[in-house]
Write a protein that binds this ligand. Structure first.
Ligand code: SF4
Length: 370
């Protein structure tokens, strides 16, 4: 399937299902504010299977990411991968770097049809990564899991959070991504929700420099590079005249540039609420009451997020709003308005004289945790 052929008004390129918020780790950046135990009202196996059947109605080869918490905290994770695969979905998984991630569990997931595994690396050494994830041994378990994935023939994606605490680690992490043979490096620019509210984001000027550096990495590296919650990376790449955001990835999943909350992306929480992104805590419905297809295509919230001309402030005045559009999740975290400007962007459109967004986080419970 050609990812660029997907009409994002009709289907997401990525549908994330947060299987559970349960996780052994207590990472500083955790969007889910993960808990040690499973929530009693999580979607059951049968409800999850119904959700996967609905996801298949989006069309051929819909991409589904099983996330958490730690999705492997549910004993039916492999069963759900198998169910989704049989329904024609392309199933991927983002496990935590915990003891649940054994060679056996990876082999079981590969046998069930898993097409890619995404592991988080937030430091270039065991010391830095384990301090960020608050768990000794997490780095070694993650590297062992990456090697197990390689032996099982599973393509690997590495996810990294960029914030003040991790930004200096990026060159070392870049080398690890290469050494581990990953097909894609997904670089997440912190949005202050969940436990991530205690972390410091980097400044807009620093973010600009990181994105320029990433675009050079993307030109040279064997792996693909994508950003999460930082669509202005596309603007930075376009201003450089590079084509690195549109290069296909080296596995069957492919890549699709220009995805933003609700526009090519949807998130189903552990209790079935549907959000434009896991970092934008405005729900448009619940899969227990309405089909995820209907919510994605027809809810007012998702429709408004797909209209770049509805954006306000600096993003609304920006000539790059159709290419970029800013992070709607970050706009919401700072202003409680998902259509406002993204405060992480340093760019000021020519002739723009309106208000510039302030990067002052307003304390509120912005987590999607229920
Ligand atoms: S001002 Fe908004 S739309 Fe323009 S590049 Fe920055 S984030 Fe993107």
């Amino acid at each position: 399937m050609n990812p660029r052929a997907i009409d994002t008004s009709q289907r997401p390129f990525v549908l994330v299902w947060e299987l559970t918020q349960a996780c052994e780790l207590a990472c500083k950046h955790c969007r889910a504010d993960a808990k040690p135990n499973r929530h009693p009202d999580e979607l059951t196996t049968a409800e999850g299977q119904q959700l996967l059947d609905e996801a298949a109605q989006f069309g051929d080869g819909q991409l589904v990411v099983l996330s958490g918490g730690d999705p492997l905290a549910r004993e039916d994770a492999a069963e759900l991968v198998q169910y989704g695969t049989d329904a024609g979905l392309r199933m991927t998984l983002t496990p935590s770097g915990t003891a649940s991630l054994t060679r056996d569990s990876i082999d079981e997931l590969a046998d069930a049809g898993l097409q890619r595994v995404a592991l988080s690396i937030d430091g270039g050494s065991a010391e830095a990564h384990d301090a960020f994830r608050k768990e000794n041994g997490s780095f070694d378990q993650t590297v062992a899991a990456a090697e197990a994935a390689k032996s099982a023939g599973l393509p690997l994606q590495v996810n990294t959070t960029v914030c003040a605490e991790t930004v200096d680690e990026l060159p070392k992490i870049r080398q690890l991504v290469e050494d581990l043979g990953a097909v894609l490096w997904s670089v997440f620019f912190l949005v202050p929700v969940g436990r991530g509210r205690v972390l410091d984001p980097i400044s807009p000027a620093r973010a600009e420099g990181v994105m320029e550096w990433l675009s050079h990495v993307a030109d040279e590296a064997r792996f693909g590079v994508k950003t999460t919650e930082a669509p202005h990376y596309r603007r930075v790449v376009a201003q450089r005249g590079s084509d690195s955001t549109d290069r296909p990835s080296a596995d069957s999943i492919g890549r699709r540039a220009g995805i933003t909350a609700g526009n090519g992306f949807a998130f189903v929480s552990h209790i079935g609420k549907v959000y434009p992104s896991g970092f934008l805590p405005q729900s448009a419905g619940n899969v227990r009451e309405q089909s995820v297809v209907d919510i994605y295509r027809n809810s007012d919230l998702f429709r408004s997020l797909r209209d770049p001309d509805a954006l306000r402030g600096k993003c609304g005045a920006c000539e790059f709003r159709h290419l970029c559009g800013g992070s709607r999740s970050r706009a919401f975290a700072y202003t409680q308005d998902p259509l406002e400007s993204d405060p992480l962007c340093d760019y000021v459109p020519d002739g723009y004289e309106g208000q510039l967004p302030e990067q002052t986080f307003t304390a509120r419970d912005a987590s999607t945790a229920d």
